[in-house]
Write a protein that binds this ligand. Structure first.
Ligand SMILES: *Cc1c(COP(=O)(O)O)cnc(C)c1O
Length: 390
C-alpha cells in the first residue's frame, strides 16, 4: 500500500499536529534532563481517594455512568461551589461531568459557538483553547496580559479592541497557565463589565482554583454581577488532587449553557471514568486539608525555584498560583526563548518551555521561559542544583 500523503489531516487542525511539549520531553529524555517543562505532578493524590476508586472497581461500578455524571459527584461539585463561592448550581441541570477540563472547554466552544463566530483568548493562553476554536470552525481573536509590578494583569483595552459584532465568547483562565497570574478582583470586574456590555459568553477555566499562594483570593468570574447567567465555569480533579490521568473534570453554568456543552460532549465521549467519579466526590468532601497541604508545598517549591532562577541570572516574574513560574532570559544575554529552551537540556540538564508557544504573537513573548515546580522533592532539588550551572 502507498504511504499516506503527509497532509491528510484537515487543514484547520494542521497547525496543532505537533506540540512543543513533545519536542521538549524528547530532548529531556535524550539528555537525561530534569523535566521542568511538562506540568503534571509526579506524586499521587490523597490515599483515601485512590482507595475509593479501587473499591468502586471492586464493587462493580464499571459500566457507563449517567450522561451528566454520577449524581454523587454532581452533588459534591454543587456543595463545593456553594461552600467556597456561595454560588448555587442545580446538580440535575447545571453541572456536567466531563473528560477533564479539556473536554469541557472543547465541548463549550463546540456547543455554544457557531462556525465563523469569534472567540477572544488572552495571550499567553493554554494551548487547547485555540485547537477547540479551530475544531468548531470559529475564529480566534486575542487580547493580552501585560506586565504589572513583577507579575501580569489583563490589558483591558486589548480585550475591548478584540471584540467585534461577531464575538460570541471570551475564555479567561485564572489562576493562569503559563504565567501563574491570579487575576485580581478589580481586573476581573472590569472584564465582567465588558462581557456584560457586549453580551458575550464567558468560559472561566479555573483548574488551579485551589492553588494560590500567600492566601491570595481566587475570585471566580461566575460570582461577579451579571456573570452567573453567561459563564461556564470549568474545573477538574487533575490539578486539585494530583490525578491528571483520571481526566475527570466538570462544567457548571445555567441550564441553557450546560445544555449546549452537553450536546457536544455526548457525541465526543458520552461518558468516561466511572470508578473515578465517586472517588473525586469523596475527595471534594473530605480532602480539602490535603489540598491545603499541596498548596503550601507548591508555594515552598515555587519560592525555592524562583530563588534559584534569580541566582542563575534570570529576571523572575511573580507567580501567585498554579504550577508555574516564568522567567525572562534577557539578563542572561539571550533573546530567543525557543532557541534557549531547545539548548537547555544539553547545556545544563534542565528542560523548560518557551512562553511564545502559548501565543499568536511570539515576537512579543520571545524572552520568557515557563518552569514548573509541581514535581517531587528530588526533582526540584536536582533542577535547582543544575540551574546553578548556568
Ligand atoms: C491542565 C490544564 C487543563 C486540563 O485539565 P484536564 O482536567 O487534565 O483536562 C485545562 N486548563 C489549564 C489552564 C490547565 O493547565
Amino acid at each position: 500500500m502507498q504511504s499516506a500523503s503527509p497532509h491528510r489531516t484537515v487543514e484547520r487542525l494542521r497547525p496543532f499536529a505537533s506540540t512543543i511539549f513533545a519536542e521538549m520531553t524528547e530532548l529531556a529524555v535524550a539528555h537525561d534532563a530534569v523535566n521542568l517543562g511538562q506540568g503534571f505532578p509526579d506524586s499521587d493524590g490523597p490515599a483515601a481517594m485512590l482507595e475509593v476508586a479501587r473499591q468502586a472497581i471492586a464493587d462493580g461500578l464499571n459500566q457507563y455512568p449517567p450522561g451528566r455524571g454520577m449524581p454523587v459527584l454532581r452533588r459534591a461539585i454543587a456543595r463545593d461551589r456553594l461552600d467556597r463561592y456561595g454560588t448555587s448550581y442545580d446538580p440535575d441541570t447545571e453541572i456536567l461531568v466531563t473528560v477533564g477540563a479539556t473536554e469541557a472547554i472543547s465541548a463549550a466552544v463546540l456547543g455554544l459557538v457557531e462556525p465563523g463566530d469569534e472567540v477572544v483568548l488572552i495571550e499567553p493562553y493554554y494551548d487547547s483553547y485555540a485547537a477547540a476554536i479551530a475544531l468548531a470552525g470559529a475564529v480566534r481573536r486575542t487580547a493580552r496580559l501585560v506586565p504589572d509590578g513583577g507579575g501580569f494583569t489583563v490589558d483591558l483595552d486589548s480585550v475591548r479592541n478584540a471584540i467585534t459584532p461577531r464575538t460570541r465568547m471570551l475564555i479567561v483562565n485564572s489562576p493562569h497557565n503559563p504565567t501563574g497570574t491570579v487575576l485580581g478582583r478589580a481586573n476581573l470586574e472590569a472584564i465582567a463589565e465588558i462581557a456584560c456590555e457586549h453580551d458575550i459568553l464567558v468560559v472561566a477555566d479555573e483548574v488551579y482554583e485551589h492553588l494560590t499562594f500567600d492566601e491570595r483570593e481566587h475570585v471566580s468570574l461566575s460570582t461577579l454581577p451579571g456573570m452567573a447567567e453567561r459563564t461556564v465555569v470549568i474545573s477538574s480533579a487533575a490539578k486539585t488532587f494530583s490525578v491528571t490521568g483520571w481526566k475527570t473534570g466538570w462544567a457548571c453554568g445555567p441550564e441553557q449553557l450546560i445544555d449546549g456543552v452537553r450536546a457536544a460532549k455526548q457525541f465526543m465521549t458520552f461518558v468516561a471514568g466511572g470508578p473515578f467519579q465517586p472517588a473525586v466526590a469523596y475527595a471534594l468532601e473530605h480532602e480539602q486539608p490535603w489540598v491545603h497541604t499541596l498548596r503550601d508545598t507548591l508555594q515552598d517549591k515555587y519560592v525555592r525555584l524562583s530563588k534559584a532562577l534569580d541566582e542563575a541570572g534570570f529576571d523572575v516574574k511573580r507567580s501567585e498560583g498554579s504550577y508555574f513560574v516564568c522567567a525572562d532570559i534577557t539578563p542572561l544575554g539571550e533573546t530567543d526563548a525557543l532557541d534557549f529552551c531547545r539548548k537547555l537540556p544539553a547545556r545544563i540538564g534542565v528542560a523548560a518551555v518557551p512562553v511564545s508557544v502559548f501565543t499568536d504573537h511570539p515576537e512579543n513573548w520571545n524572552s520568557l521561559v515557563r518552569f514548573t515546580f509541581c514535581k517531587n522533592e528530588e526533582t526540584i532539588s536536582a533542577g535547582i542544583e543544575r540551574l546553578h550551572r548556568l
